[in-house]
Design a protein around this ligand. Sequence first.
Ligand code: BES
Ligand code: MN
Ligand code: ZN
Length: 489
Amino acid sequence: MQISFASIELPKEGAVAFLVEKDKPFAGLAAEADAAVSGALSKARDIGRFTGASGQTQDIVAPNGIKAERILLVGIGETSELAEADWVEIGGAVSAVLSASGSKSVSVVADHVDVDAVSLAEGALLRSYRFDKYRTKEPEAKKPTLEKVAVLTSTPQKNTEAFAGRQRVSDGVFMTRDLVFEPANILHPESFAEEIRGLASLGVDVEVLGEAEMTKLGMGALLGVGQGSAFESQLVIMRWNGAGKDEQPISFVGKGVTFDTGGISLKPGPGMEQMKWDMGGAGTVVGLMKALAGRKAKVNVVATVGLVENMPSSTAQRPGDVVTSMSGQTIEILNTDAEGRLVLADALWYTQDRFKPKFMIDLATLTGAIITSLGHEHAGLFSDSDDLASQISKAGTDTGDKVWRMPVHANYDKLIDCPTADMKNLGGPAAGSITAAQFLKRFANDVPWVHLDIAGTVWSEKDLPLSEKGGTGFGVRLLDRFVADNCES
Ligand code: BES
Ligand code: MN
Ligand code: ZN
């Protein structure tokens, strides 16, 4: 999708979208166009019972007298209530409605209210994404037609400049979605690592550790998860140095289980295909690095992703096994399906040990329990730092990638204490997401730490304002914004 900004005048072709406030008559260019066709737009609006309520749209064939082919009315509700995240969704609605409408271009007229044109354009771009590389027989009538969105404003030059960064961030979101959609026969630990090497073209330094190196480092927790797979486990380290050489880095860590069968503690068959996106944490971290490097963020960042496949096989780890993590802490495996925390245990320890970051933020599709708690609206945020928690929460409200803080407290620790080893990888039926977080905290070594459990937000079973059914790219815009607002020099 090509996005541009231009000055306010009725286009001679394609579609025109007018933003309409709730229960208000047409204003600005929409009012002029309506007058030019003797009120035909008002008539269509009344017949269609279009009120301008937020999210409502009406598609009208342009009457004679208007050169464009169609008029789209887009309800924006009460403008006094509109925040950035709402403008992004309004842009998304334009894209969604016109995507396969037959129109190739749309001009969104942003004239009579205080429109956040840049966010609107970002939403239109984000919603235009689709993963269709494996659809070879799609009917012509269903194929997308919309190629260009122009937002018409009084400050097109200024908007163009402001949008450049958002474009780079969207590129990162799209990379995350591509990775999340990709099936596990194509995206496995080795091919995933290869894919990440591609970030080198943006100036990201990429290093890949295989099983031999990880064995030397003593990463028994991560390696145990991957030991049943035919693919070699990988730890990939990405570095973006956008600030001074001596500036301490910030860091991100991602769970990259390219397929989670549960291992010997095998998951039930129905729905297991969903576990192809159990690498969503790693996918988000990679997309975030693409965004940060793409817009040349003025910050030093280290990102680590643990890539493994959790398979049942004669070489797989068993319930009852005890593994020793790189930290030296031992773990009794009570359920091989609680594997994400094992991967992160070594990835977190390695990251703080080698890079001494200011803080670590991990992302993981860690627990089904977070979906029970928060559904698919908010990701769970766990942290021992109130500052980081509130900064990330604010970025969530602004971007629409919403998070909700969950507790971290020493009293939950006894749920993972264990007589056999230093801890067990299973907390029992109560507080499943919290005991998983307590487990991770033991590997952060007192470095300020945030854990985002994104199991409910990586994938959507229905179309959303900014994405079709499937990978959402959740977290890239969230953390890009967090970095932009709080970490750049
Ligand atoms: N990858 C899953 C968590 C998950 C579930 C992600 C649903 C997305 C959707 C994780 O590895 C897992 O299997 N967790 C178990 C933990 C349990 C065995 C303690 C779970 O949530 O059931
Ligand atoms: Mn699992
Ligand atoms: Zn998993």
